[in-house]
Each structure stands twice: as structure tokens, then as C-alpha cells.
Design a protein around this ligand. Structure first.
Ligand code: SF4
Length: 622
């Protein structure tokens, strides 16, 4: 199997039909794989206007053209479909081992339509695939389900991407979990799997792709291993995980706290990566072929004792269940993380929804009668953990909160101002009032609020060397929202979007401060793997193509410029800490929206123009 080509597995669950198609080198080179190739099939094969839980929703698992290359960062995979949270384009990427395993099994993409009348799982092994009965495992949490599936296929090393009870019960922010700890977290695509009665996609393969220039790949692997230990941010990430961000963000006054009312948290030290290393950390863990090993494995202590097989909390999880809910107990946060991995729920949306409920409670909009006797004050660790369980089981008020903050706030009168989301997707743990590029990321992300749409501005206040190859030569103040910031954002957005098209980890490559590979290394790696003679230009055009396709998908679902907005809270002053009083200027924000549309070649409603689509080779989608 050549790395420059690939195969697609098409599954129709209603008809119980499986077909295999060649993708073809031309199509793969144009769309690169991952998010981009997935979008191509979504636009071609999914009708607009369907409910995300209708069988016609097309669920796509996709890997980049370079998936499985034995280099750090080339481990990720994308899941795409229509999101039950936003009603538009849904995407979620994850690291770990599942993506490379799909490649070794002989496929680049799996697209699933229809719905089964009884629970099933999909088993893919060495070029073949079949649907198997999952009736006995429906209802099981992820650990028990994974063990049962591995027994069923007699393959203890099968990589299993599955849903837990939350996905089965259509919790709108359900995720897909592989190896119990790597989550395709955002957009609620686990609930789409649940609506199709698809418990899991298990893969195993031994078909290592043939790379065109193995020597070059070996040389690049050597270069990485010689260099990453001399790069302090990568070493620090390896020692403390993403949780290393807690303390610097708190000192900076931009650690999301008390549902984004505040920017500092009194107990930040207790929930930091450093505190984790001294207390509950058992070991570091990583993704395929990556020595940085930034994932954590923890053992929380009673009364919140945790099972290390579920890994440990990332920064986003610590922010969502910790500072956002004002919970300063790392054991409770780790337990909430475990519950989310066991039930299959996105930790960002779950924590953000609980913080929303806590603010409602503090303001008397929800009472103990509504919360089944839980004292939902900020800071109540026990109530926070209990609420995660109630949402996972859709029990009591957990049933309403399982709908996400946008729907819940329409039903809980007077609570809309506490519901922080963009396009229906809850806000990640980054404060745009202290780094305004985040405001642009949240607003313009086609899949709703997302912090992984571009590198964050503080990295470019002092040095822009790492992004010079992208054409940026001037630093831009992190707090300004001027046209130069929009230009910087556009360049970074296209670059990070490219990494999603190839399913490459954004921490392993510059301009992320942790990144070791340089921008141009990506071109070398792609050429060495495929034998193409590609260029940074060709890749950036491919990225722009994908961004426009995600936009098109939303446009045909009725999205307009009104959806590229922010929650009111970010236009109001931040409540405490060194950045107290900081806010996003509404005037500057709306000017930035217009400027970005013009830079992208979109009309005033934020839709790609016909000439832009022609320019990008997307005429067939006009
Ligand atoms: S840097 Fe971390 S997230 Fe990225 S590939 Fe390595 S271990 Fe995985």
C-alpha cells in the first residue's frame, strides 16, 4: 500500500452494506485527507437540512495523507458530521493510536450513513470489515465495552473508538473515546454514533504503508530526537503536561474562573501541572511515535479515587471542572475526567455546562428543588462530580443540561446571559479578553467555539520568527483587534487548519511554542512519505479550500454573519485579577469580522463568493 493513495470504507447501517472504494492519488493530493477529505464527502453525499440525529447524517472517520508516518505528531484522526450541538459542521480531532492503526488496516477514511435497528460495532482488520452485534455491550461504560469488544474480535491490541452511555442517550456533547483516554471530544459526534446505534469502530492492521523516501523520514526522526530535549517548552510540556498552563495563565489574569466572570483563581496552585506531578501523577503517556509524552496517567485519592486506565486530566479539563467551577480539588477534577471518559462526554462542554448551572443557582434561577437537592454553589466539588454523573445518565436536571447550554438556556428563563457558547458549542478554557485572537477563533470557527483554530497571540508578542515562512514579519499586540491582528489570525488559522487536514499534532510543530519541527519540515515530510513534489503554497491553498468547504456546509444550513459572534460576557469587563476591566470592543470586533470576510473573499453574510470557489477548485460545489 502506497502512502500517496488510500481506500475508503463506505458503510450503510440501514442496509447493512459495506463497500470499498479507491480514493485515487489526485483526490488525496487535492484534499490531503483528514478534515478536508471528510468535508468533500460531506458536501457531496449529505443532504442539507437533515436533523443531526436522522440516519442520513454522514459520520466520517478520516486520517491525513501522512497518517502513521513514524514521526512525532503524525498520530491524529478526525471525526466529522453534522453536529447536534450547532446544527452545522461538526468536527473533532484526537491523538493516540487509532489513526495510525486505521492506516495499517488498509483504509484512510470510513464513512457511515444510515442507522442500525439494533446495536452494532464495526470491526476493521487488514483490509476487511464487518458489522458485529453489540446488543450485549450497549449500555456499558467505555472500559467494560472496550474489553468486551477486544474479546469478541480475539484481538487484545485492537484500537477501539467507542461511545459510552452518554452517546447512547444522545447527550448533545457526547464524544468518541479511544484507548479510554483519547477523545474526539467536541461537536457531539458521539451522540451521532449513538443515534446510529453504532457502539464502536475497532481497528487492527499490519499493512505498513510504503513510504517513498524512508531514508529522509529516518533522518527527520533523528533530527527530532536530537532537538526536542534542547527545546525547554517541549521538555516542560513533557514534565507537566498541558496542565503546565494553569499557573502562567493565572498569573497573567486569564485563567477562566467562575464561568468567565473572573480571570484568576485563588486555588490555581492546587490544580496546576506542578501540583499534579507532586501528588497523583503515576506516569506520562503519549501518542504514537511521540517522545514528548504530554498525556498524564493519574491515581486520584479517596473519596475521588480514580482508575489509571482512564488517563488523567488535560489543561482544558482542569480549567472546565476546576477554575471555571471554582473547584480546587485535583482529585475531584480527575474523577470528573474519568466519568467523562467512561460515559463518553466532552470535558469542556460538560464543565462549561455545569459552571452555567452553578451561576444560575447562585443567582436564584435554579434552586435545590431543580437540582435534585444538590447545593450547586461554585466551589462545591461533590456537587460538580455528581452533576457529571447526572448528565451522563440524563437523570434529573442532568437531562436538560445534557442538551448543552444553548438549548438549556432557552428553557431556563432568564439564564441566557450565563450560557457561554458560539454557534451552540460551549467555550473552551481560554479568555479572549486577554488574547484577542481567541475572539476571532471562537467567532469564525465553522464548528463553533474552538481554541485550536490558530496559535494564541501571546506567542507572537515578542517573536515572530517561527511564522515568518507564513509571511508574517511584524509582531502584533495581543490586546489589539486591528486589521494586522486579523491578518495574523488568518495566516495562523490557515496553518492550523492545514494541520487538521493532515491530522498532525499542533504541539509537535511550530509556531506552537512547544513545537519542535519547523513549518517547512511539514513539506519535507509529506514529500518523503508520498513522493509528491508539493510546496508550502500548494498546502496552504489546500487548507483554504477546506476552510471554505466548512463554511459552505454551514451556509447551506442557513448560517449567516450573525452566527460569527461572541457571548455578551466577552464584551463586558473581566471581573478580577491583573486584567480586571479588560473587554472586547464591540466596534473593533464587528470591524474585524468585515475585514476577515474581505480577506477571505467572502460576501457580507460570510459566504464564499463564486469567484473564491472557482479560485480554489471548488466549482462543483457552487
Ligand atoms: S505532543 Fe503530546 S499530544 Fe502531541 S503527539 Fe506528542 S504526546 Fe501526543
Amino acid at each position: 500500500m502506497c502512502a500517496c493513495n488510500g481506500r475508503r470504507l463506505r458503510v450503510d447501517l440501514s442496509k447493512r452494506e459495506l463497500k470499498i472504494e479507491e480514493i485515487g492519488e489526485k483526490l488525496l493530493r487535492k484534499y490531503l485527507g483528514g478534515k478536508s477529505l471528510g468535508l468533500y464527502y460531506l458536501l457531496k453525499e449529505m443532504s442539507p437540512g437533515i436533523d443531526p440525529f436522522e440516519p442520513e447524517n454522514l459520520l466520517i472517520f478520516s486520517i491525513g495523507a501522512t497518517a502513521g508516518v513514524p514521526l512525532p505528531g503524525f498520530s491524529r484522526f478526525s471525526v466529522l458530521g453534522k453536529s447536534p450541538l450547532t446544527g452545522g459542521f461538526g468536527e473533532a480531532e484526537a491523538g493516540g493510536y487509532w489513526g495510525p492503526e486505521l492506516k495499517y488496516s488498509g483504509f484512510n477514511i470510513v464513512s457511515i450513513t444510515g442507522a442500525s435497528h439494533k446495536p452494532v460495532f464495526l470491526w476493521i482488520c487488514d483490509g476487511e470489515a464487518e458489522l458485529r452485534d453489540a446488543t450485549a455491550i450497549w449500555g456499558l461504560k467505555s472500559k467494560e465495552a472496550q474489553e468486551a469488544i477486544r474479546r469478541d474480535v480475539s484481538e487484545p491490541l485492537a484500537r477501539v473508538a467507542l461511545i459510552g452511555p452518554a452517546g447512547e442517550k444522545l447527550v448533545r456533547y457526547s464524544c468518541i473515546v479511544s484507548d479510554l483516554k483519547f477523545a474526539n471530544g467536541r461537536s457531539g459526534l458521539g451522540a451521532v454514533m449513538g443515534s446510529k446505534k453504532l457502539k464502536a469502530v475497532a481497528v487492527r492492521g499490519s499493512r505498513k504503508p510504503e513510504y517513498k523516501n524512508q531514508d529522509k523520514l529516518r533522518e527527520l526522526a533523528r533530527w527530532f530526537s536530537e532537538n526536542w530535549k534542547n527545546h525547554p517548552p517541549a521538555v516542560s510540556r513533557s514534565r507537566f503536561g498541558t496542565a503546565e498552563m494553569v499557573l502562567p495563565l493565572n498569573v497573567d489574569g486569564i485563567l477562566p474562573t467562575r464561568n468567565f466572570i473572573k480571570g484568576t483563581f485563588d486555588q490555581a496552585e492546587e490544580i496546576s501541572g506542578e501540583a499534579m506531578a507532586k501528588t497523583i501523577l503515576l506516569e506520562a503517556e503519549g501518542c504514537y511515535a511521540c517522545p514528548i509524552r504530554c498525556k498524564r496517567v493519574v491515581k486520584g485519592r479517596p473519596p475521588f479515587e480514580t482508575d489509571p486506565s482512564y488517563g488523567g486530566p488535560e489543561y482544558e479539563t482542569i480549567g472546565a471542572f476546576g477554575s471555571l467551577c471554582e473547584v480546587g480539588d485535583l482529585n475531584a477534577i480527575s474523577f470528573a475526567n474519568q466519568l467523562c471518559n467512561a460515559y463518553g462526554m466532552d470535558t469542556i462542554s460538560t464543565g462549561c455546562t455545569i459552571a452555567y448551572a452553578m451561576e444560575c443557582y447562585e443567582n436564584g434561577i435554579l434552586t435545590m428543588r431543580d437540582s435534585d437537592g444538590l447545593d450547586l454553589r461554585f466551589g462545591n466539588a461533590e456537587a460538580m462530580v455528581k452533576m457529571v454523573e447526572m448528565i451522563g445518565e440524563r437523570r434529573g436536571i442532568g437531562d436538560l443540561l445534557a442538551e448543552g447550554v444553548r438549548i438549556a438556556s432557552k428553557k431556563i428563563k432568564g439564564s441566557e446571559r450565563y450560557a457561554l457558547h458560539v454557534k451552540g458549542k460551549e467555550i473552551p478554557m481560554h479568555e479572549p479578553r486577554g488574547k484577542t485572537g481567541l475572539a476571532l477563533q471562537y467567532a469564525f470557527s465553522a464548528s463553533g467555539a474552538d481554541h485550536m483554530q490558530a496559535a494564541h497571540d501571546p506567542s507572537f508578542e515578542k517573536s515572530i520568527e517561527s511564522i515568518m515562512p507564513l509571511g508574517i514579519h511584524e509582531t502584533v499586540n495581543r490586546l489589539s483587534l486591528v486589521p494586522e491582528k486579523v491578518r495574523l489570525f488568518k495566516a495562523l488559522h490557515l496553518w492550523w487548519n492545514l494541520l487538521d487536514c493532515l491530522d498532525v499534532c499542533k504541539f509537535a510543530i511550530k509556531p506552537h511554542s512547544v513545537g519542535v519541527f519547523n513549518v517547512n519540515h511539514l513539506v519535507e515530510i509529506l514529500n518523503a512519505a508520498t513522493g509528491w513534489d508539493t510546496s508550502l503554497y500548494e498546502l496552504m491553498v489546500a487548507s483554504e479550500r477546506a476552510l471554505n468547504m466548512s463554511r459552505l456546509l454551514n451556509v447551506r444550513e442557513g448560517f449567516t454573519e450573525h452566527d460569527d459572534d461572541l457571548p455578551r460576557r466577552f464584551f463586558e469587563p473581566l471581573g478580577s485579577g491583573p486584567r480586571a476591566g479588560a473587554k472586547i470592543s464591540e466596534e473593533e470586533f464587528s470591524k474585524s469580522v468585515k475585514i476577515f470576510y474581505e480577506m477571505m473573499g467572502w460576501n457580507e453574510q460570510g459566504a464564499p463568493t463564486q469567484s473564491k470557489l472557482h479560485e480554489l477548485g471548488l466549482s462543483e460545489f457552487i
